[in-house]
Design a protein around this ligand. Structure first.
Ligand code: SF4
Length: 210
């Protein structure tokens, strides 16, 4: 499975404290995507699902769920196999994980072409990012997207919006600055500006604007 990044703890992409897996590779190419670096299908980013499971088992206790984002998760043929591993892993750790999947596919297309997502995930955020509809929405980058509550656990954890969208988180890994979360309109541009004001020039960035 092609992987862009793994992170834990992540507290702004779903309920509670989470492990997050970003897949590598996306052919959807939404204008204004904040993760253009995840578009290429890079063979050097291949992880066996068993290694991802092993990583999850190394995490400290207190994991509430796993978020799968991208890239485009539905373009990873191994995704159903990985998702099927998650409930047994959570049980082995004595925890209750919810599984939240972000996909850029149209919601109707998800129902028809990836029905297994509705057996293996607890909640799905579906729909391409549309910059003209971007806003400050619960879990969604733009208003055209849809939060689909699949399981009882998903309904319990995601049917009531948080009071406000959580702030972005930052991490530096291998000399790269990683942002986690869903930016509000203009937030990435403001960040670039603020960094410049502080004397920090980004050599490259994962968003291009619209
Ligand atoms: S927003 Fe998501 S689906 Fe759209 S191009 Fe970016 S990674 Fe792909």
């Amino acid at each position: 499975m092609l992987i862009s990044r793994l992170a834990h703890p992540v507290r702004n992409l779903g309920f509670g404290t989470r492990a997050t897996i970003w897949t590598q590779g996306c052919s959807l190419r939404c204008a204004g995507c904040m993760a253009v670096d995840t578009w290429p299908f890079r063979a050097d980013r291949d992880w066996p699902a068993e290694d991802l499971a092993a990583w999850l088992l190394t995490l400290p206790q207190g994991v509430d769920g796993v978020t799968i984002s991208g890239g485009e998760p539905t373009e990873q043929p191994e995704l159903p196999g990985l998702l099927a591993m998650l409930r047994p892993l959570a049980t082995a750790r004595g925890e209750t994980w919810d599984v939240l999947v972000f996909t850029g596919r149209d919601p109707a297309q998800v129902w028809s072409d990836w029905p297994w997502l509705f057996e293996l995930a607890d909640a799905v955020v579906a729909g391409p990012f549309v910059a003209a509809e971007a806003g400050d929405l619960f879990l969604m980058g733009s208003a055209n997207q849809e939060l689909i509550l699949v399981s009882e656990l998903g309904r319990e954890r995601y049917s009531r919006p948080w009071e406000e969208r959580p702030a972005l988180d930052f991490a530096i890994e291998d000399g790269r600055l990683f942002l986690t979360g869903i930016p509000r309109p203009g937030e990435l541009e403001a960040l670039t500006h603020d960094l410049r004001q502080a004397g920090v020039w980004l050599k490259g960035r994962s968003w291009r604007g619209v």
